[in-house]
Design a binder for this molecule. Sequence first.
Ligand SMILES: Cc1cc2nc3c(=O)[nH]c(=O)nc-3n(C[C@H](O)[C@H](O)[C@H](O)COP(=O)(O)O)c2cc1C
Length: 186
Amino acid sequence: MNPVIEAIKARRSVRSYKPDQVKAHDLAAVLEAGCFAPSAMNGQSWHFTAVRSKAVLDRLSAQVREVLAGLDNPKIRERLNDPAWHAFHGAPTVVVVSGRQDAAFHVTDCAAATQNMLLAAHSLGLGSCWIGIVARLFEGPPAAALAREFGLPDGYRPLYGVALGYPAGERPAAAPRMENTVNHDS
Ligand SMILES: Cc1cc2nc3c(=O)[nH]c(=O)nc-3n(C[C@H](O)[C@H](O)[C@H](O)COP(=O)(O)O)c2cc1C
């Protein structure tokens, strides 16, 4: 099979990681793949922050837990009952993807960059997972302090996280894809 299509189909969200840190050259290759995403009017309206400190990731996860616990969502509450719950699934590296808010399509640009990184990670034998809940951290009062801590340029807002690490255990099977999501003009 064509290797790009093979990678697209074989990539899965990985939620169990070995503690080994991602090698610097693998991380650099993933970040470069993010930079080569398409973007509206070539705006490249993303900024990537690679967070590799376990202490910081554990603290961010605890902060996400607090935010989620305040939501009126029984399904989320049930998940939080698991003491092992971790926003980043224990991945040793998380790339926080932030968008330049004055770019009209920054959310879309950042989503394209995120998918590029997931695919690049897969092609390098890394596990990865798109982490949407990271944005929740930047909706509340700690947002400004966190943006400073991350060294974000002015005007950027975190949107997504990309959890990265070497997968532990079996690679998960793909969830079945919905049918009837394609039609043709004839
Ligand atoms: C916008 C977006 C946000 C997501 N947020 C999370 C998240 O916070 N935590 C998580 O474990 N997975 C998250 N995912 C991963 C999805 O759950 C996953 O892609 C989906 O279940 C399909 O599985 P697959 O990636 O293995 O094909 C997110 C995916 C997207 C596209």
